[in-house]
Every structure is written in C-alpha cells, then in structure tokens.
Unconditional design. Structure first.
Length: 328
C-alpha cells in the first residue's frame, strides 16, 4: 500500500508514503506537522486509527499550487472543506473527477487514483477521513450491502462511487461532529475510543442521509435556480443567526414561497429551517462558553432568549447535554 505525490511545494519534490492506512493495528498514532515551504504555512494533524486515516489541515497559501498524486490501492474518503476548495482531475479524462468547494463535503470511492490535485485559495481548513473497504465491511458486518448498497456494490466491483453529483453544504450537525473531532483534548486510549466512536457517528449520519434521499419520490427534484435559493436561505441562517426570522421574511428575501422553502430546505439539509437555525445558534453558544468562558445567562441573552431556562432546554435538546457541562 503506497501513495506517491509530486509537487514543488515539497522540499524533496517527490514524497512516497508507505502504508498510509493501517489495518489490524490497535494503537493510535498522531503527528502534528508544522509546514512552512513555498509560501504555504500552517499545521497538519495526522491521525492513524485501525483502518482509518484522519488528516486535518489549517494552512495559509500565498499562491495556487498543484500536486500530482497516485495511489496503488483503493479507499473510501470523506472530504470536508470548511475553508478553501479541492479539485481532483484524473489523468484519464474518462474517469471521475471530484470538486469540493468551500463549505461543502462529499464521500466517494475511487478504485484508481492517478491525477492532479489543484488548490487555488488563500486559506484551507479541511478534514479528510479515509476508510479502507475492510473497515466498512467489518463495521457494518454483515449488512453493508443493505446499509449503503450502491457503495457496497462499487467496492465489490471496483467501480467509482460518489455520494452526491454536487458536493453538499456542511450542515450544523456535521459541523458539531467536525469540531468534536478537531477539538478533542483527550489523549491515549481515551482519545482513541472517542475518535473511533466519532467515526461511527459520522458514517451513520451520512448513510442515513443518503438512504433518505434514495427513498424520496422522483418529483421532488429541485431546479438549479431553486437549489441556489435554498443555499441562500442557509447562508442567511448561518451568518445572521442572531436576528429574528420568519418564513415570510426569508421567503421575501430569497424569492421563494413559504411552502417551497419548507419542502426544499428539508430535502437539502435533512432538517427544518428553524431546527437548523437553532443548531447554528447552539454551536455558537458552545464556542462562547468554551472559548470566552462567558456566563450561560449572558450567552442566553445574546442569542435573544428572555429566559435562560429556555436556552438551556434548547441547548440540551440540540447537543445532548446541558451547557453547564462545558463549565466543568
């Protein structure tokens, strides 16, 4: 099992990585790499679990760059671009390329990797989780074929599988899972157990989404125009979450009626408009409590709750625990 990469951003130009994914090895290996070369600076966190490889990048970039890449093995990858974008262009133009813009993610299986990775933005914050087929077979044994049949078929037949034709926008639920992984402060066996549980949780979340979508009736297909409007709704909720919103006010702003907003938003984001808004608010509240040590009553007031108890109830319903737990 070997990965080969070539680019002028590397000090040795060509990098060969042997055994980039480990299997049947129970220990956790973690490395933090301070990268500073050719105008690219930042931290790369590399974590090896049993059958899983997790890589988090937080980089600033002076100029666009490319990497020639080739793997002599196949894998399933969940690629998340919080900031920046990622484009894979296969050497064989008849093979499937992958593009993941900022704020989006996708999950895919490519039986053959040989091509070019292109990066064009000034900042990259990414999380990439690579799974072996054996890991997924073992995790969902004996039901991988019924859990996610199209992926199981692709792995068995060594054919390409991409979860979505167009990469999906990162949801608040996925944001919470991402931050749980990135901000994990445990060490040793506890960290290993925590991260392994998050791998199961994130896969379960994604496979539930794809199964729901496959069972949707054909007549709910969105037009490109309506899809853009739903993304605008999401942008309003993400960036102006402290404001008071109604469906009527959002509908007037994006040019889509109430019924279509409710229907299409649920299709795209698998939750309601106001559940999504609450998730965004609670994630923000979590950051204020953890990073700024703000009192819960102050956070509650900042988010527009007249009664801190109502805020506490919403927080626990969304995140599964009381905000006071963050103070311990």
């Amino acid at each position: 099992m070997k990965t080969m990469m070539k680019s002028d951003i590397f000090k040795k130009e060509t990098v060969v990585v042997n055994d980039p994914i480990r299997f049947n090895k129970e220990d956790l290996i973690e490395k933090k790499i301070n990268f500073d070369n050719k105008g690219i600076k930042g931290i790369i966190t590399d974590i090896m679990l049993n059958g899983v490889h997790v890589v988090a990048r937080d980089l600033t970039i002076e100029n666009p760059y490319s990497i020639e890449v080739e793997h002599d093995f196949s894998f399933v990858k969940l690629h998340i671009e919080m900031e920046g974008d990622n484009e894979y262009c296969p050497e064989n133009v008849e093979e499937r390329g992958i593009y993941i813009p900022q704020g989006h993610y996708n999950l895919f299986y490519l039986p053959k990797i040989k091509g070019v990775l292109n990066y064009r933005t000034k900042r990259r914050r990414t999380l990439e989780i690579t799974f072996t087929g054996e890991y997924l077979e073992k995790l969902f044994y004996p039901n991988l074929k019924t859990t996610i049949p199209l992926l199981a078929e692709a792995i068995a037949n060594h054919t390409t599988y991409v979860m979505w034709e167009k990469s999906k926008s990162i949801t608040p639920k996925l944001t919470i899972l991402i931050e749980d992984i990135l901000q994990c402060s445990y060490s040793g066996a506890i960290k290993k157990a925590f991260l392994e549980s998050k791998m199961v949780e994130i896969l379960s979340y994604l496979f539930t989404i794809i199964n729901e979508e496959e069972n949707l009736p054909a007549n709910v297909e969105l037009s490109a125009c309506d899809y853009v409007k739903i993304l605008k709704v999401e942008s309003i909720l993400k960036t102006r979450f402290k404001e008071k919103h109604t469906l009527a006010s959002i509908a007037a702003e994006v040019g889509l009626n109430n019924f279509k907003i409710k229907k299409y938003f649920k299709i795209v984001f698998h939750t309601t408009v106001f559940n999504y808004l609450t998730e965004v608010r609670m994630e923000y509240a979590k950051q204020l409590i953890l990073e700024k040590d703000m009192p819960i009553c102050v956070v509650s007031e900042e988010l527009g709750y007249k009664n801190p108890h109502h805020f506490t109830v919403a927080f626990k319903k969304t995140l599964g625990y009381l905000p006071s737990k963050l103070k311990n």
